[in-house]
Design a protein around this ligand. Sequence first.
Ligand code: SAM
Length: 217
Amino acid sequence: MLYIVATPIGNLGDISLRALEVLKSVDLVACEDTRHTQILLSHYGIRVPTTSFFQHNRFTKAEFLLRLLKEGKSVALVSDAGTPGILDPGYNLIKEAIAQNIPLTVIPGPAAFVCALVLSGKPAHKFIFEGFLPNRAQARRNRLAKLAALDYTLVFYESCHRIHATLQDIHTVFGEKEVVCLRELTKKFEEVYRGSPQDILSSLQKQKPRGEFVVVI
Ligand code: SAM
């Protein structure tokens, strides 16, 4: 069985009892960064072999993991944060496991975009999760302009390096629209900024932005 196991997005307490049981019982845990996942496993006294499964070894490592699964071994797939398969190499493994008729199941838990959506207070019954916007400025603005025409709450992931540029582009495309910018969700320095893109930019410019962001429009 391949277990897709959600893990915390910042607060080690945010893990289910079932996730802990599965992590204790499997033959191998496939993680993006083994050192990162080891912090979680050690916190809960779980001793289990781990292997790295990340962007650059995703094809060869997926083959190896699928072979183990076919031999009857159990594997837990985790990501650095949240639910595996959402913008991480887990997606490739899940797709292949389905193609090869390997039994799989999910152990649900946190996903940053769900936490951000509900905390934003924006309508959550109809939303688009866009993941990361394009890197190039013109492509980013074009994509935002397409999304602006839709009658949905929009949710984006963003890094601290690009949050300024993205908020500038949101201002260009959406003007004074109220935006919610959520930083370091569930962590000690969790912050929620509400206001126009310009309001948020001036709050953020008081210090160099750090950490991880979700933007909701
Ligand atoms: N699998 C993850 C999930 O379930 O949400 C997402 C992985 S994606 C590669 C990483 C992005 O998620 C970050 O760049 C950030 O935008 C968002 N993210 C993850 N943890 C976060 C947190 N604690 N606070 C705010 N955003 C977070």
